[in-house]
Design a protein around this ligand. Structure first.
Ligand code: DQA
Length: 148
């Protein structure tokens, strides 16, 4: 099956962005590891990072047409602001997992509300780059039995 990985604003800076909060792993390293993980299970994955809300909305909309079976998304700051991205995910009705490197619940109050969590299959946060690995593992488990 086909999985889509979406990364929101400023995640292109991973590796050098507030490493005390987000770690030293780069986005390229995360995407590479996710690709290997999906391929090992016989599935395909496409990753997209954007700082622009409309790019992410457009890509989610396209998922309805292109046979995407599962979405992994770290909406980053859009987690706390984007009704539009939430509505796009609800519209396409593709199951998704919400991911965060940090644990937003242990941070500023404005990070403690997510526009995505109540629509997500599940939420994985607080494990740094490993959050992505655990999320991919959960998605692959859900896809077991579907055709690669
Ligand atoms: C984040 C948490 C968000 O609050 C923040 O705006 C980010 C990254 C995370 O992965 O920990 O940009 O989604």
């Amino acid at each position: 099956a086909k999985l889509l990985v979406l990364h929101g604003p400023n995640l292109n800076l991973l590796g050098t962005r507030e490493p005390g909060v987000y770690g030293h792993t780069t986005l390229a390293q995360i995407d590479q590891a996710l690709l290997a993980q999906a391929h090992a299970a016989g599935h395909d994955v496409e990753s997209l990072q954007s700082n622009a809300e409309h790019h992410l909305v457009d890509r989610v909309q396209a998922a309805r047409e292109d046979g995407t079976a599962f979405i992994l998304i770290n909406p980053a700051a859009f987690t706390h602001t984007s009704v539009a991205l939430r509505d796009a995910l609800a519209a396409v009705d593709v199951p998704f997992i919400e991911i965060h490197l940090s644990n937003p619940h242990a941070r500023e109050p404005f990070r403690q509300h997510s526009y995505f969590s109540d629509k997500a299959v599940g939420v994985i946060c607080g494990f740094g780059a490993d959050s992505y690995r655990y999320a991919m593992d959960a998605a692959l488990t859900r896809l077991q039995g579907t055709r690669a």
